[in-house]
Design a protein around this ligand. Sequence first.
Ligand code: SAH
Length: 224
Amino acid sequence: MKTMGLSNLYLVEPKQFPDPEADARATAAVDVLHGAKITATLKDALIGTSFVVALSARQRDIGPLIGAPRETVGRLIAEAGQGEVALVFGNETVGLSNDEIMHCHAAVTIPTNPDFSSLNLGSAVQVLSYECRMAAFAERPPTVESRVTPFTSPAATHDEVEGLYSHLETVMTETGFFNPVQPGRLLPKLRRLFGRSRLERDEVNILRGILASTQVKTGYGRKG
Ligand code: SAH
């Protein structure tokens, strides 16, 4: 949950807390674990919430209708603008009880292989946390300021790409690969290849550098 930017963890009736093994497994997310609020019942954990979603690996004939993660999380994020919201997960051995599910407004089952539908708790939490992050930042993704030189360069202009095509044609003629008397479909094929890849300026310069060095070796280009 920390990787996806969530931090508000409630643990209902944990077998042991704090727990040195849990601390060790949490590694750099131990702050989230230490900040967890411990309650005796789910009902206590949900005090103050206005929209609560249960995660259930099983279809049940009781409780709220089961929805898909993406739609339900969309609603959860919208509700989060109005009040406190929560995702409720069961433990590894018994999952959520029917009584616990009935404290929730909506339920979600992560679609899986029908013959093997139970994710482990950490994986189920990660899928939902990821959906929360995607929904929360759908319109304005958080940007990380980049201190490195960007790997991409601006798109090559039409005339730069035309320069590459005529350079290619020249070199292919010089090496004998292309016969202008019998051109066939070689040039249109190359145009289609490069047209598909939307060349960047740096890439055109690299390709033309390779062509120029070939010309030097074959005795056509300018040396030095
Ligand atoms: N044996 C338990 C499963 C526990 S898995 C059972 O049969 O219910 C631990 C928790 O992960 C579940 O309680 C649920 O909250 C979540 N989970 C696991 N697989 C899921 C799935 N496919 N969809 C939604 N939640 C899932």
